[in-house]
Every structure is written in C-alpha cells, then in structure tokens.
Design a protein around this ligand. Structure first.
Ligand code: NAD
Length: 399
C-alpha cells in the first residue's frame, strides 16, 4: 500500500508506515486540488495538516483511498460528510498538544505575576529598573480554571506543584485532581481567583462567555489568561479592565479574528497594553506536540487499515477493534437501515460459520460491523454481502 504524507508531518509517522510495509511519499508542502486529483490514484492513506483542502473532487479521485489522517487538531479542511459517504475514514489528534498548552499557560502565570514583559522590554531599551513593585510569587495564590477538561486538569496538577491553590468551574461533572476544589458557579470562581485561566471547548454557547460583567466580577489586581478559543472573550471589555487597572495583566493566545497566513498583519484592541502577553495561537505548537501528533494519528490510521478499528474517527461509526479472535475478520460499512445485522448473520449461518466476536456501531446514515469468525468466509458468501444495496464497502483479514 502507498501513503502520501504532506505538509512536513513529523518523521515518526513516515517511519510507522514504512515499518507496516507502506511505500511512503513524504512531502514538505500541501497540494492543490488539481495536484491531489493527479496524485491520489493508487494511494491508500493520505496524511495532511491544516493547509490541504479535501474536497469532494479530491475524494472522487481517491479511488483507492481508505483513510485521511489530519495530523493536527482541526478537521475543517476536510469535507467530512463527503468522505463518510464514500467510506473514507478521517482521523485527527485532538489531545496530543494539550501538555504544550499547559506549559505555556504555567509560564504565563509566573510571567504575569512578575511583570516579565515590562522588565525585559526596559532592559532591551537599555534601562536598569530593579524594583519589586507589582511582582508576586504565585505560591499560595489562587488559580481559577474555567473548563476542567484535558488541559484544565493538567494545568491543575502543575499549578498545585507550584504551590498554588486551585479552584475550578466546569458545566460537566468533573473529578477534582489533587487538592483542587470545584466551585458551584462561575461567579464564585471569579470572586476568589488571583488568576483566571479559560480552557473551555468551542461549543457555540461559549461565544462571549467573558465580557464586561465577568471581568468586573474578578478580584482587583487579578490576571486573566485565554488559550482556549478567541470567540470566548470580548477583547474590548478586557482592554478596558486592563487600562483601568482593575486587572493587572493578561495572556492571550487565541483571537476572534486570526490572520490566515504566516507573516500576515495582526491587529487587536489588546496591542500595546502593559503586562499583556500576546502570542499567535502557539499554545499547542511545539516539536514535542508535533511528534505526539505523528505517533497518535499514524497509530489510528494503521489500526484502521490493518485491523478495521474506527476508534476516534471523526466521521465513521466508532468500533474499537478487539484483539483478533477466530480465523477471519470482516469489516462492513453499510447504509444504516434495519435488518443489516440479521442479514450478515443469516449468511454466516447458511455458510455454517460460527461468529466468535461481533461489534456494531452506527453514526447518522452509516453503520459499521466488525465480525470475527472461526472459519474463512467463502467468496460466494462475501459476494452476496457485497452485492447488497446497502453495502458501502467490505474488507477482510485472515487472522
Ligand atoms: N491555544 C492552543 O494552541 C490550543 C491547543 C489545544 C487546544 N486548545 C483549546 O483549548 C480548549 C480546551 O481544550 P481541552 O482539550 O481541554 O478540551 P476538553 O473538551 O477536554 O475540555 C473542555 C472543558 O470545558 C468544559 N466547558 C465547556 N463549556 C463550559 C462553560 N461554559 N463553563 C465551564 N466549563 C465549560 C467542558 O465540560 C470540558 O470539561 C479548547 O477550546 C481547545 O480548542 C487551544
């Protein structure tokens, strides 16, 4: 089988595919629609990052394409429904860069408390301005985490190791890590925290979660951090509360409007404010995160191609392939209509083949069944299933 990996995907992915026997075409750039259409025949796996658009025309050209791996977090660049209709599974790496975000935020908590951006700026201007005014230890200060998911929980542990008191607010029922304490309302968190750090997800209801009312409820002198989504924060309201001195500083990594390309101009009401750290959405951008993403996505792609596992696919019904049982595995993607499982099992019973393991999952218009049997299925049995009108594809492995 052949894999094309575009956009400088970390070399661990190419190594994993080569180890699995793939021919790998590794490229540093993305490809245009026309270039992809020309390149895809004969390719089983396509690896991309955020600059390659996977359109219906590209998917149509991918006659041999089994899966697309997005070696990044987002999947907006892929027409997921069109891929699902054609039976092409899409995977991404939703968690691999979370530690990188946590380390940046922890650094910013200290940098804001010590007003480091101002100190370094003065030194570069050639001014020795040694003063403890406005500088604090973070030990014994309270960190309020809004959104206690993958990132919020890791930050909780690391901040406690720094000696901070951690409280958190989450709309879902989350287990408190270490000595962290859950608070019942956002208002309570805002009233108690010396630093508020936002780590909520991008659900539409979170747009404008932080505006003038919320900033006004924060403690005088508190600092504010957002490395989640730009749309969560009203930047003008944040600017006003920093200018008035009510908040001591902020660190912002994500913006409502972010430039598209490297080198594009950037503007924000937060530019030019004292003790405000602005970073270009780099929370998750580290070499280690890229390597983690390379491992994670190649692993999901190889488990799909090699064993039929759709676990963590973003557009397929999810079935985590169990350890192989029996002698034969059949993976069957079909239109989600009543009676498909009964039809499979009737065919197997007619062929006098025993099922030793079977998992079914549905997602929207599609259903996916993995069946392990104690005997190899004959071509006749498989052909009967392949001819069925609801069949999208059927793949088999001898175990
Ligand atoms: N800056 C970066 O480079 C970068 C990198 C990775 C992730 N992110 C972003 O960080 C955020 C957190 O990522 P994650 O992996 O921890 O997500 P997650 O889904 O694991 O956790 C989000 C948590 O927020 C909670 N939540 C949602 N809305 C809430 C609300 N209004 N009030 C309180 N709690 C709420 C959810 O219940 C969940 O526990 C996401 O928005 C993600 O896109 C940014």
């Amino acid at each position: 089988m052949k894999a094309i990996l575009l956009e400088n995907i970390h070399s661990v992915a190419a190594e994993a595919f080569r180890r699995a026997g793939f021919e790998v075409d590794l490229r540093s750039t993305s490809l245009s629609e026309d270039e992809l259409v020309a390149a895809l025949p004969g390719v089983s796996v396509l690896g991309i990052r955020s600059n390659t658009n996977i359109t219906p025309a590209v998917l149509d050209a991918g006659k041999d394409l089994l899966a697309v791996g997005c070696f990044c977090i987002g999947t907006n660049q892929v027409d997921l429904d069109s891929a699902a209709e054609r039976g092409i599974a899409v995977f991404n790496a939703p968690y691999s860069n979370t530690r990188s975000v946590v380390e940046l935020v922890m650094g910013e908590i200290v940098a804001l408390a010590r007003r480091l951006t101002e100190k370094t700026q003065r030194m570069h201007e050639g001014v020795w301005d040694k003063s403890a005014k406005g500088s604090h230890e973070v030990r014994r200060r309270t960190l309020g985490i809004v959104g206690y998911g993958n990132i919020g929980t890791q930050l909780s542990n690391i901040a406690e190791a720094f000696g901070m008191r951690v409280i958190f607010y989450d709309t879902a029922d989350r287990l408190a890590h270490g000595n962290a304490t859950r608070v019942g309302t956002l208002e309570q968190l805002l009233a108690e925290s010396d630093v508020v750090s936002i780590h909520v997800d991008g659900r539409p209801g979170n747009a404008g979660l932080f505006g003038a009312e919320q900033f006004a409820m924060m403690k005088p002198g508190a600092a504010f951090i957002n490395a989640s989504r730009g749309m969560v924060v009203d930047e003008i309201a944040l600017r006003d509360h920093i200018r008035s001195g009510h908040l001591s500083g902020a660190a912002i990594d994500v913006f409502p409007l972010e430039p598209k390309a490297q080198g594009d101009p950037f503007d924000s009401p937060l530019r030019g404010l004292d003790n405000v750290i602005l970073t270009p959405h780099v929370g998750g951008s580290t070499q280690e995160a890229q390597e983690g993403i390379g491992h994670f996505v190649s692993d999901k792609l190889l488990r799909f191609v090699g064993a039929g596992s759709t676990a963590l696919s973003v557009n397929m019904p999810q079935v985590a392939a169990p350890q192989p049982q029996g002698k034969f595995r059949m993976a069957y993607l079909h239109q989600n209509s009543p009676g498909v499982l009964a039809e499979i099992n009737r065919l197997l019973a007619d062929a006098r083949v025993n099922v030793v393991g079977q998992s079914l999952s549905t997602r929207g218009e599609h259903g996916y069944v993995l069946t392990d049997t104690d005997a190899v299925l004959s071509d006749d049995t498989l052909s009967a299933l392949r001819r069925s009108p609801q069949t999208i594809w059927l793949r088999t492995w001898q175990l």
